[in-house]
Design a protein around this ligand. Structure first.
Ligand SMILES: Cc1cc2nc3c(=O)[nH]c(=O)nc-3n(C[C@H](O)[C@H](O)[C@H](O)COP(=O)(O)O)c2cc1C
Length: 146
């Protein structure tokens, strides 16, 4: 007999009571310092009945985050901002994991003190322009040190 969406599933260490996995969705609602806030708490708490929530893409460093008001996970304030969010999901009976994000060559230098970001390989990004930012010069991002 085939499983239904409402059957439990084990995903590594996670015992999910159903197979509904919430896809990561960038919201752009974090506060100053890329710190998640009450909006994230309410958003994820409301969705705790999913078998597993995958968080919105979450920056791992200033240099790797190039999205306005996306949350991060590299400062103490960001970690403290996430704790009430994950606590609220757990209190509502849910499970949540973080999607870690480094945007590589696509990070706009405006997020990075004017410096070009590093990338996995020294390849050229698209000529990107983000809202409220100056155009970024075309060029290769330097490859990250290995
Ligand atoms: C507004 C929006 C934000 C998204 N943010 C992320 C994200 O943070 N991380 C990610 O891996 N995918 C992100 N995605 C992709 C979705 O998770 C999903 O894979 C995509 O929408 C394809 O699913 P669909 O065919 O059901 O729409 C985003 C999609 C949308 C529409």
């Amino acid at each position: 007999m085939s499983a239904s969406l409402f059957d439990p599933i084990k995903l590594g260490a996670i015992e999910a009571p159903n197979r509904i996995i919430m896809a990561p969705l960038t919201r752009g609602r974090a506060g100053p310092g890329f710190v998640p806030n009450e909006l994230a708490l309410e958003y994820y708490r409301q969705r705790a009945s999913a078998g597993l929530i995958i968080s919105e893409a979450t920056g791992i460093s200033q240099e790797g985050l190039g999205w306005p008001s996306a949350p991060g996970l590299w400062t103490d304030a960001q970690v403290e901002g996430w704790k009430p969010v994950t606590d609220a999901v757990h209190a509502a009976g849910g499970r949540i994991v973080a999607q870690l994000w480094h945007m590589g060559r696509l990070v706009h230098s405006v997020f990075n003190d004017g410096k070009q970001p590093v990338s996995a390989s020294a390849t050229k990004g698209v000529a990107a322009r983000i809202r409220r930012s100056p155009p970024r010069p075309r060029g290769s991002a330097p490859a990250a040190a290995r």
